[in-house]
Design a protein around this ligand. Structure first.
Ligand code: F6R
Length: 250
């Protein structure tokens, strides 16, 4: 049985995801267990990060003993580039939630040898033991991280070419579509599946088809998010629109 929660609005869905992350952090602290959060960028998790920041400001949450690993970074963008995922994370979570740079990891996109950087990042994530909880979004084409359709289900962190769809979708953050990097370093599907638990947050009608295929269709590399069926602790948190193509028995 797939674990699916459907909410009336995108904000409610994001709030539910934020609660799951907060409870995970608090449980790890209570049990003195390591807490490693896998984090995503993009539009969908923004309200999640807003909730987490609010709780830190009101002293209901602390990230002192939390390590974070982001899914991906654009090849060619330095960590201080305004459109880099380093900058996104600093602005939307790290600076505001007191997550120090020494505890927060992302692949570095501006290195001379991105393939070597991908190998270094894979080792970093794997040697740490993988995220204890991974937050994922999903692309309209079914990508998770930047594992585009056709990515091997056991892929590890590597340099990938972005699909035209993804470049078009992400061009909203750039002045012009020509500025969107064509490649990224992403955790692989196999890397993501090492996470102890996974939350997938998807909101809006544009994600409905990708969500339905991921949950209801057979596992297939042509739809990377379907690989999540191979993991036993995945929770889908959706709004009504993103859930609108699910069969009623889900
Ligand atoms: C982001 C990431 C991507 C996004 C996906 C959805 O780090 O890895 O898989 O989660 O592209 O993006 P949004 O939320 O902008 O629709």
């Amino acid at each position: 049985m797939v674990d699916v929660s459907v909410h009336d609005s995108a904000d409610q869905a994001a709030h539910d995801a934020a609660i799951a992350i907060r409870d995970h952090v608090l449980t790890c602290v209570d049990h003195k267990q390591p807490c490693r959060l896998g984090l995503a960028t993009g539009g969908t998790p923004l309200p999640v990060y807003r909730d987490l920041v609010r709780w830190v400001r009101s002293d209901r949450l602390r990230f002192d003993d939390v390590t974070t690993f982001n899914l991906d970074e654009y090849v060619g963008l330095a960590p201080d580039h305004p459109q880099s995922y380093h900058e996104y994370m600093r602005q939307n979570l790290f600076d505001e939630a007191g997550i120090r740079g020494c505890n927060a990891f992302l692949p570095i996109g501006s290195v001379v040898d991105p393939n070597q950087e991908a190998r270094r990042y894979e080792s970093l994530v794997v040697d740490a033991g993988g995220p204890t909880m991974q937050l994922l979004g999903i692309g309209r084409n079914g990508h998770i991280g930047f594992n585009e359709p056709g990515s091997p289900l056991d892929s590890i962190t590597r340099v990938v070419d972005l699909a035209d769809d993804t470049i078009a979708a992400n061009s909203r953050y750039f002045q012009d579509i020509s500025e969107v990097p064509r490649q990224a370093i992403t955790m692989g599907i196999g890397t993501i599946l090492r996470s102890h638990s996974i939350i997938v947050l998807a909101t809006g009608l544009a994600k409905a088809d990708a969500v339905a295929r991921a949950i209801q269709d057979p596992v297939d590399a042509s739809h990377p998010a379907s690989a999540l069926q191979l993991h036993s602790r995945v929770r889908w948190i959706l709004d009504r629109e993103a859930a609108s193509l699910l069969h009623s028995d889900q």
